[in-house]
Design a protein. Structure first.
Length: 183
């Protein structure tokens, strides 16, 4: 089970308990639109993976070069999180393995698409994605990239991932570390 920090880690923990599986993380970061940071124009991941949503970039009038300062900031955060989380749990070997990538929800799909690329680059032979909630259009894009995709709740009027949860607080690094220490 590979949770996407931070919100995907507690969801991955719950799925791992149900499946009697181990939990690790895949590090990815959203490249948000400058004036709406939660709207992902793309994402970056471990090992230099970069995924861009070209149709969104066109729709909002951004170029790839407009994302450079955002990408630099998010690369620094990716390194910071790697230092914090990998100190507790070194990366699992994915070579030749089946993996399940778990996130708390999928709005645009950019971070999950980057995570799929990271898993494949690390040698995973079968990549499944599981999430409780997903925007239908994004679900179709993710399903086309993953070997298997599960998202039981796909509301057509999805206003954001947080709307599907009673408690959608931003997990702290220490909460993620505590969850990783269980496995």
């Amino acid at each position: 089970m590979l949770g996407l920090p931070r919100g995907g880690v507690p969801v991955a923990e719950a799925v791992a308990h149900a499946m009697d599986a181990d939990v690790d993380i895949l590090l990815v970061r959203k490249l948000g639109v400058p004036w709406q940071p939660e709207l992902a124009a793309g994402a970056i991941g471990e090992g230099g993976v970069r995924v861009l949503n070209h149709s969104l970039l066109r729709a909002v009038g951004l170029s790839e070069s407009d994302l450079k300062p955002i990408a630099l900031r998010e690369e620094a955060e990716l390194k910071r999180r790697a230092a914090a989380f990998r100190r507790v749990k070194p990366p699992a070997v994915l070579e030749g393995r089946t993996v399940v990538i778990v996130d708390d929800g999928i709005a645009t799909g950019a971070t999950v698409l980057a995570a799929i690329e990271v898993a494949r680059a690390k040698g995973a032979v079968y990549v499944a994605v599981a999430t409780p909630v997903c925007a239908p259009d994004s679900g179709r894009r993710v399903a086309a990239s993953a070997d298997e995709f599960v998202a039981p709740y796909q509301p057509h009027d999805m206003s954001g991932v947080g709307a599907a949860y009673r408690d959608f607080h931003q997990l702290s690094d220490s909460e993620v570390v505590k969850l990783l220490q269980k496995f």
